[in-house]
Design a protein around this ligand. Structure first.
Ligand SMILES: [Cu+2]
Length: 268
C-alpha cells in the first residue's frame, strides 16, 4: 500500500504579481506579503484513488486543505469563478491540464481525471483560503508503466503559434527577471489573418494564463490586466522570479470552445 496521503508543508514557493496597477479585483484587500506569509500556515494532502495510478484510467484526486495543525480550512475565495484551480503537468511540461475540483466542504476537494501516459506528473492546487491570500500547493506523482519519450523543453524560436485555426502571437514588453512585466497575446484567424474580436470570457476574464519554470518548481501568479477585453489582444501581468526557461500556457475561449496555446521563453 504505497498510496498514502502525503503532506506538503511549506513547499511551493508562492510567487505573486498582484500589482496595484493590475486592475484585478480578485485579491482586493490582500497584500502580496499576506499571501506569502500565510502560505506557510496551510498544508495540502493529495490522495489518489486506487493502489496504483495507471495511464488512461479514471483517477479520483482528493485534495485536503488544512492549517499547519491539521485542522481543516473551510472557506475559500472564489477567484476567476472557482474556489480551486487545479493544474496537472507532465515532467517535460508537454502535457497540461487545467481542471476544477468540486468543493465537498471541510477543506476537501475532489476531481476525477485521467493521466495520458506513464511517468512523473506534478499537480498544483491554486487556492485563496479566505483571509489568507492566494497560494498554491503542489505534489509530484508517478503514473505506472513504460515511460514515453521525454521531449526536451526548448525556448521557442518564434512566439507565433497556430492552434485550432487561431494564430496567436505572444509579446512580452521586457523579458527580464525580477520585475513586473506585461504579456500580450494577439489573436488572429489563421486563415484570413483577421483579428479575433469575439473572445468570450473564460473563467470570468479574457483568458487564463499559467506559467511554470522549466523544472515545474515555481508556479507563477498571472493576472489579466483588462479582464473585459474580447480580443484581438489579451493582456496579463506577471513577474519571472529569476532567469531561466519558462513555459507559458494561454487559454482563451471562442464560440464556446477553449483553446490552449503553449509558449516556451528564456528569461535572461
Ligand atoms: Cu482554473
Amino acid at each position: 500500500m504505497k498510496k498514502v496521503a502525503i503532506s506538503i508543508v511549506l513547499t511551493a514557493a508562492l510567487l505573486t504579481a498582484c500589482g496595484k496597477s493590475g486592475g484585478s479585483m480578485d485579491h482586493s484587500g490582500m497584500t502580496q506579503e499576506a499571501g506569502s506569509t500565510q502560505a506557510g500556515n496551510v498544508q495540502a494532502q493529495f490522495k489518489l484513488s486506487g493502489d496504483k495510478t495507471m495511464p488512461k484510467q479514471d483517477t479520483t484526486i482528493t485534495i485536503k486543505i488544512q492549517d499547519k495543525d491539521g485542522k481543516s480550512i473551510d472557506k475559500f475565495d472564489t477567484v476567476h469563478e472557482q474556489q480551486m484551480h487545479f493544474i496537472i503537468v507532465s515532467k517535460d511540461l508537454s502535457f497540461f491540464n487545467h481542471i476544477h475540483p468540486d468543493y465537498k466542504g471541510k477543506g476537501e476537494f475532489t476531481v476525477t481525471t485521467q493521466f495520458p501516459t506513464a511517468g512523473d506528473f506534478k499537480m498544483f492546487a491554486d487556492i485563496t483560503p479566505t483571509g489568507m491570500g492566494a497560494m498554491n500547493k503542489s505534489q509530484w506523482i508517478t503514473v505506472q508503466g513504460d515511460l514515453p519519450v521525454q521531449k526536451p523543453i526548448e525556448p521557442d524560436a518564434s512566439l507565433t503559434k497556430v492552434v485550432d485555426g487561431k494564430e496567436v502571437t505572444l509579446s512580452i514588453d521586457h523579458l527580464m527577471a525580477g520585475m513586473e512585466l506585461n504579456l500580450n497575446f494577439n489573436i488572429k484567424d489563421a486563415q484570413t489573418k483577421k483579428p479575433v474580436t469575439d473572445l468570450q470570457p473564460y473563467l470570468g476574464a479574457v483568458g487564463h494564463v499559467v506559467i511554470l519554470t522549466q523544472d515545474a518548481e515555481n508556479y507563477l501568479h498571472v493576472h489579466p490586466t483588462d479582464e473585459k477585453a474580447s480580443g484581438p489582444d489579451a493582456k496579463f501581468m506577471t513577474t519571472f522570479p529569476h532567469s531561466g526557461v519558462y513555459k507559458i500556457w494561454g487559454q482563451f475561449q471562442q464560440n464556446g470552445k477553449v483553446f490552449t496555446v503553449p509558449f516556451v521563453v528564456k528569461v535572461p
